[in-house]
Design a protein around this ligand. Structure first.
Ligand code: FES
Ligand code: FES
Length: 159
């Protein structure tokens, strides 16, 4: 009886937690996926960008409960069998990161951009990545990284 009551209490507490917390908190502190970062917590910096049912979202703006039943992909889901994907490799090769704080969000946004537009111009990349801020790189290397990733994907490298 105590056990059942306790379980109900845990379930109830969990539901309350899901309602009160945003998705980035669930991803990092409940699921243990710490790749996506918390930055501004108000939808501006893009550090928390993840995919929710295949579409990128700023996970600081969504309650965890709103994602109930949805499929989530974070930066941790991109590498396959220990092999980084084309966008991750391009960011390394083109020095698209310094401290790396913004990088998981940048890569998730780049992935969405390249899915919609596999051959983006520099202007397309600038406007496609406008929701992600970087305090280190000056952006030029990030643009080069996305261009490099587009070329790698076009040449047959899997995303
Ligand atoms: S932490 Fe979500 S957009 Fe900045
Ligand atoms: S690499 Fe440091 S914030 Fe972008």
């Amino acid at each position: 009886m105590l056990c059942v009551t306790l379980r109900r209490l845990v379930d109830y507490t969990k539901k309350i937690w899901m309602v009160l917390h945003v998705l980035i908190d669930f991803v990092r502190y409940e699921a243990g996926l710490t790749g996506a970062h918390i930055g501004c917590e108000e939808g501006i910096c893009g550090a928390c960008t993840i995919e929710l049912d295949g579409k990128i979202v700023k996970s600081c703006l969504i309650f965890a409960a709103q994602a109930d039943g949805a499929s989530i992909t974070t930066i941790e889901g991109l590498a396959q069998n220990g092999q980084l994907d084309a966008i991750q490799e391009a960011f390394i090769a083109s020095y698209g990161l310094q401290c790396g704080y913004c990088t998981p969000g940048m890569i998730m946004s780049a992935r969405a951009l390249l899915r919609d537009n596999p051959s983006p111009s520099e202007e397309d990349i600038r406007s496609g990545m406008v929701g992600n801020l970087c305090r280190c790189t000056g952006y030029q290397n990030i643009i080069q990284s996305v261009t490099r990733a587009a070329e790698a994907i076009a040449s047959g490298k899997e995303r």
